[in-house]
Write a protein that binds this ligand. Structure first.
Ligand code: SF4
Length: 109
């Protein structure tokens, strides 16, 4: 049996946790694979005809609970969501970009 080390393991930052994140990876476009089975109301088609997960008006995946930042279809979440590694370079990059978004200024009269 081949028990090769995970080539990506060293690039994971164990200090990064979903529990202290606002699910910023769930704003990314999720392309559905043939093996994915999500509820029909969550399926959209992009301009190329690819099946993607629907997003809400806020830009987050429509399957995300906005109050808890938890996935409401966790057990049936698409393959791409399962492969997105917490603390990976891509995860850290999305978190960095999210922190750089300026806070909207409230205008008062
Ligand atoms: S299906 Fe779940 S894990 Fe995947 S983007 Fe939507 S809320 Fe996030």
């Amino acid at each position: 049996m081949d028990i090769s080390p995970d080539p990506y393991a060293e690039s994971i930052d164990p200090g990064v946790q979903c529990s202290n994140c606002e699910a910023v990876c769930c704003r990314l476009t999720v392309v559905l694979m043939p093996e994915d089975h999500v509820p029909d109301w969550l399926v959209e088609h992009d301009i190329r005809g690819l099946e993607t997960l629907a997003k809400g008006d806020d830009g987050w995946c429509a399957a995300l609970d906005p109050n808890t930042f938890r996935c409401t279809i966790y057990d049936e979440r698409p393959a791409i969501c399962r492969k997105y590694a917490m603390g990976s370079p891509s995860c850290r990059d999305e978190r960095r970009k999210w922190r750089q978004v300026p806070t909207p200024i409230m205008l008062t009269s």
